[in-house]
Design a protein around this ligand. Structure first.
Ligand SMILES: [Cu+2]
Length: 125
């Protein structure tokens, strides 16, 4: 192997490593819910090719209100599923849809679009 081939191999391995690191180890920052005076934990989530923020932290035993604003017409995001909370909701385009939950126990609960392509997590502490 000459030095150019060696160099290309090393760069290729480094890039592959970076991609693996990104998918498995880089954690998306979690956003904590804001509590209102009534004790409801609220979070605004923008739906556009994904959920932003996609990781939401709340405290168990207190009501949660997720405000999903769907900022697109792409049919991928038109349905929201939170199987752990029996939520299946249509998200009309360019509107805010409120989803209310009462998480009883700590854990990490996924929410997805109807096809399971867009993903987010509710982290209950
Ligand atoms: Cu989808």
């Amino acid at each position: 192997m000459d030095s150019v081939a060696l160099f290309v191999t090393i760069v290729g391995l480094a890039l592959a490593g970076l991609v693996l690191w990104y998918f498995f180890f880089s954690s998306r920052p979690a956003v904590a819910a804001q509590s209102t005076s009534g004790g409801v934990q609220q979070v605004d989530i923008t739906v556009k090719g994904g959920y932003s923020p996609s990781v939401i932290e709340v405290t168990h035993g207190r009501p949660v209100q997720l405000n999903f604003y769907r900022d697109e017409e792409n049919s991928c995001s038109e349905e929201l599923l939170m199987p752990d909370f029996n939520v299946r909701r249509d998200l009309p385009a360019f509107q805010t849809t409120l989803v209310e939950l009462l998480p009883q126990q700590p854990g990490r609960f996924e929410f997805t679009c109807g096809m399971g392509m867009l993903r987010g997590s509710l982290v209950v502490k």
